[in-house]
Design a protein around this ligand. Sequence first.
Ligand code: ZN
Length: 352
Amino acid sequence: MSERPDRFGVDEIAERAEKAFAEAADLEVLEEARVRFIGRKGEITTLLRSIGSLPDEERPAFGDLVNDLRERILGLYERRKGALSDGAAEEDYFSGDPTLPGRRALSGGRHVLHQVLRDIKRIFFGMGYSLAEGPDVELDYYNFEALNFPADHPSRDTQDTFYINRDILLRTQTSPVQVRYMEKHKPPLRIIVPGRVYRNEAPDPSHASEFLQMEGLYVDRNVSLADLRNDVTYFVRAFFGSDAKVRFRPHFFPFTEPSAEADMSCFACRGSGCPICGKTGWIEIMGAGMVHPHVFRNAGYDPDAYTGFAFGLGLDRIAMLKYGIDDIRRLLSNDLRFLRQFWAETAGEVFE
Ligand SMILES: [Zn+2]
């Protein structure tokens, strides 16, 4: 870089300002120095006035030069001011009250959905389930066809789907992992499949276009509805409290037969009726049923040799019920004021 002649003396002014700021031992002296250089009647203003003595073509460049100088000096001033203020605070601290609270270190915590998933996993792992996962971007075949949703069948309309093209979509449920897993593993098997699912829904307090589901699947010889009832009841009591009751209502899902929806007794009113349970005393928590023979055939299992059950629950919904959260959109908002209230439970926890 070539040395540029300091034609208007700006570098010299900047150097003097820096020196004056550095020598200022307190904020008062610093302020005097600031006024001397960049105050209304300071050196910069005087310099700017000399613009009248310049030929017209040099004036714009000169104006820029002086403005840059002003910014430079302001920067030097701010830096020195910060240093003096910190020093003053430190002095106060050491000469002052040693019982003053320290500065709080910033730390994070586990997201409430992550806590719920962790707790649910622990319960099912304890019952002998293992973890399985599948892709978010899924083939229509696994999301619908292999699960006994025929093409053009109206049951597909109940799940507003984000299609990527005719054959590829964002999965609307975690159920496609059932078939993917069975294709690669022989029974007996017990799996849980947590994951994100997507539906083209208008967001409101109880709907979001992406949310978390968890699928469960148990396949072996002679698995019965009684086994389903047993595992669901065990989970609900372990998660919500040992006095929870569970009931099943007949329902329809294409991939299970018979199918049911499971309700648990309202933990808030214990069955007498309140706003949380819509005055019914019961809260719907999951869909479930015995795996449909067509699904077994699609996965290469012999439906005469094996039976099994499947269930699916919304993790956002479970979190909202357990922690009294009134709007599903809060779970996606990343608003620390909301999320912080759940951190105490994981304080000091080591994240795996
Ligand atoms: Zn209730």
